[in-house]
Structures are given as structure tokens and as C-alpha cells.
Design a protein around this ligand. Structure first.
Ligand SMILES: *Cc1c(COP(=O)(O)O)cnc(C)c1O
Length: 364
């Protein structure tokens, strides 16, 4: 019988094990562990990969979001439009600075529904946070014109969409700031916590760099009250190795998704779709069923692990009860959260394992 994990980080590590080990030893032997050449080179290489001017490595995706909102000056009294089915951590960047998330229902691709943005605008609206969920793409041209029209900042949460494109342009480069997480299970994952902020704005990039390092540009000269949120040398070095293989990793994910799309045939299941003019990187392959819990049980009995992204929308989480939302406020989001199921997808999932997953789904 098969035993298939929802994601297997170890197999992805083993594929490039020698390169990772070589790099890790190189960094350990270098005697430099914070803000050295590995971080500088990674920042340059990742910026080049995205075709964006500046990249600043930070400690996590959550920090990337928090710092982005903070240095854009979005805080108390300001409202940020964000999709209601986002990940919890997407929202903390807004609220950590005292800002208020204003939730918008997702569209059929699980991304923020552009047609529902207009009705949410008030005089306090300052920004749109687009969360490219599951590696898919929001409708960026319409979102850009909406932001222009209302003079709003656009921030992209790209924690699940490294390398995804809309109209041939990389996600993270459309808005004022793009925020990335390199949490180990992301498409571009480190071996610990790590993140990055990208922007084409030189002044902002400079401020991000100062802020992440106690607010100092020159040692012991503190211009602003910053924090310690640095990407470290070891993670940066290992990320450089993985970045070289990111296209290959994403291509493998895409071909698994293509196979699922083609070979899963079951009226009880709703399969994910790719938005026209976009390239998804399939961070998750999310199916839907109104018998989701039964389906999860059934797959588990068959040796297939699945996950739910996410069982509780952020506005219904205990932490955000102060926002005063209640069940029923966002029916599409709630429907999705009761029906979604993420089945295994990762670059080292074998053909036989894929066939077995497809077979079980078709027999459900
Ligand atoms: C993972 C993730 C984050 C948080 O990143 P961390 O590096 O874990 O802090 C934020 N937003 C989304 C959409 C994520 O998937």
C-alpha cells in the first residue's frame, strides 16, 4: 500500500543534497554568518529572477509584510482591502501596525474578486493587499487600474507564488512592494525561517535595509527605530542553491497539476483552474467537495495525506474577534473553507503515486 505525504521536504532536499551540503559547509567555513556575500548575492539573484530592481532579505514572510506596511506608513485608522480567504499571517502585517483589514470575497480562482473591490472603498482605504493563494494569480491588470483610480498602495503577498506570472510578468513586481516567505514548504523554501521584500522604489528599498538591521545604516548610528529581521547567511546560501532549480521545481509541479486536471473525473469534485493569461506555480492543488471531510477520511484510509487551506478564515479566528465579524459575513469564503482540500503536490511525487491518487479520487 502507498503512504503518500501531502508534501515531502526531505525528498526535495535529497534531490540536490550534495549542492546543499557543499554550500552549507562553505558558509560555516567562511566565518561570516550575518549580512555577508551570500545575502547580497541572493538578493541580487532573486531580484534578477523576478526582474525587479531591489530585494531585501528579512527573517520571514510575516516580517516582510509587517515591515512593508509599516514603512509605507499604513497604520492606525487606515483600511486595507484583502481577500477574506487569505492566510492568517497575511493579515497580521496589516493589524500589527494598527491598520484595519477590510475583507473582500474571493473569485472562482480563489483570489480577491476584483468586481467586489469598489463597494468596499471608503475615505480611509489606503491599500490593497493581494494574496496570490495556492500559487495562482489575481487579476492584476484590473487591480492595478483600481489602485490607480483610488490612489491606493498595492502590496502583493507572494508567499505561495514564487515564479508565478500574469501576462508574462512575475508576481511581486506589479505593486509597490512584493512580500515573499521562504518557509521550508514554499515553492522556494529555506531550511528554517526566511523572507524577502522586493520593490522598484529605491528609497523604500533603502529604508527596508536600514529597518531590518536595528535602524542603522552605519554600525551604531541609528537613523530610525528598526528591528532585527535579517535573512542569515546560511539560509541565503541554501536559497541560492534552490533558486537555481526553482524553474525546474515549478515545472514539475505544473506537470503534476496538468495530469490531475486531465485525469481526475468525478462529479463530486470541483477541480482548480488556471486564470487566462497567467502561469500558476501550483503551490497547492486544491479540490473542492461538499463531502470534504468524508473525502479526507477516505483518502487517509488509502494512505494519502491531505491538508485544509484553511479551515477557519482569518476574520472568524479568535484573534480577530475584536473586528466584530460573524459567521455568514462572507458566504463564498465560508463555503470554500468548508469544501477545500489540498491533495499531495510536490516536485518529487512519483508517476505511480500520482496515478494512485488519481485512481482513488476517481473512485470516491
Ligand atoms: C507562509 C505564508 C505567510 C507567512 O510567511 P512566514 O515566513 O511563515 O512568516 C504569509 N502569507 C502567506 C500567503 C503564506 O502562505
Amino acid at each position: 500500500m502507498y503512504k503518500i505525504q501531502q508534501n515531502c521536504l526531505k525528498k526535495e532536499f535529497e534531490k540536490y543534497q550534495q549542492e546543499f551540503e557543499k554550500k552549507a559547509l562553505e558558509v560555516l567555513n567562511s566565518g561570516c554568518y550575518i549580512l555577508g556575500d551570500e545575502v547580497l548575492n541572493f538578493e541580487k539573484e532573486f531580484a534578477d529572477f523576478l526582474s525587479v530592481r531591489y530585494c531585501v532579505g528579512v527573517a520571514s514572510g510575516s516580517d516582510a509584510l509587517w515591515i512593508a506596511f509599516k514603512l509605507l506608513g499604513i497604520g492606525k485608522g487606515d483600511e486595507v482591502l484583502v481577500q477574506a480567504n487569505a492566510y492568517f499571517a497575511s493579515i497580521t502585517g496589516i493589524t500589527a501596525n494598527g491598520g484595519t483589514p477590510v475583507f473582500v470575497e474571493p473569485d472562482e480562482y480563489y483570489q480577491i474578486d476584483v468586481s467586489k473591490l469598489e463597494e468596499k472603498v471608503t475615505k480611509n482605504t489606503k491599500a490593497v493587499l493581494v494574496v496570490h493563494l495556492y500559487g495562482h494569480t489575481a487579476k492584476m491588470d484590473d487591480i492595478l487600474s483600481f489602485c490607480k483610480k483610488h490612489n491606493l498602495y498595492l502590496i502583493e503577498d507572494c508567499a505561495q507564488s514564487h515564479g508565478a506570472e500574469y501576462n508574462g510578468q512575475m508576481l511581486g513586481t506589479f505593486g509597490d512592494v512584493g512580500c515573499f516567505s521562504f518557509y521550508p514548504s514554499k515553492n522556494l523554501g529555506a531550511f528554517g525561517d526566511a523572507g524577502a521584500i522586493v520593490t522598484n522604489n529605491q528609497q523604500l528599498a533603502q529604508n527596508f535595509k536600514i529597518f531590518r538591521n536595528y535602524g542603522s545604516e552605519k554600525r551604531y548610528h541609528h537613523k530610525i527605530i528598526g528591528t532585527n529581521s535579517r535573512l542569515d547567511e546560511l539560509q541565503a546560501g541554501l536559497l541560492r542553491v534552490r533558486l537555481k532549480h526553482l524553474n525546474e521545481i515549478n515545472t514539475q509541479r505544473c506537470s503534476i497539476a496538468a495530469r490531475y486536471n486531465k485525469e481526475i473525473h468525478n462529479d463530486k469534485l470541483i477541480l482548480p483552474k488556471e486564470r487566462p493569461c497567467s502561469k500558476s506555480v501550483w503551490h497547492q492543488y486544491v479540490i473542492r467537495s461538499d463531502k470534504r471531510n468524508e473525502l479526507m477520511e477516505y483518502l487517509s484510509r488509502g494512505g494519502i495525506d491531505t491538508l485544509i487551506h484553511y479551515p477557519i478564515p482569518p476574520y472568524l479566528s479568535e484573534a480577530y474577534s475584536y473586528l466584530g465579524h460573524k459567521s455568514g459575513d462572507y458566504p463564498i469564503t465560508e463555503k470554500y473553507s468548508s469544501e477545500v482540500l489540498s491533495i499531495p503536490i510536490y516536485s518529487e511525487l512519483t508517476n505511480d503515486e500520482q496515478s494512485y491518487i488519481i485512481k482513488l479520487l476517481n473512485e470516491f
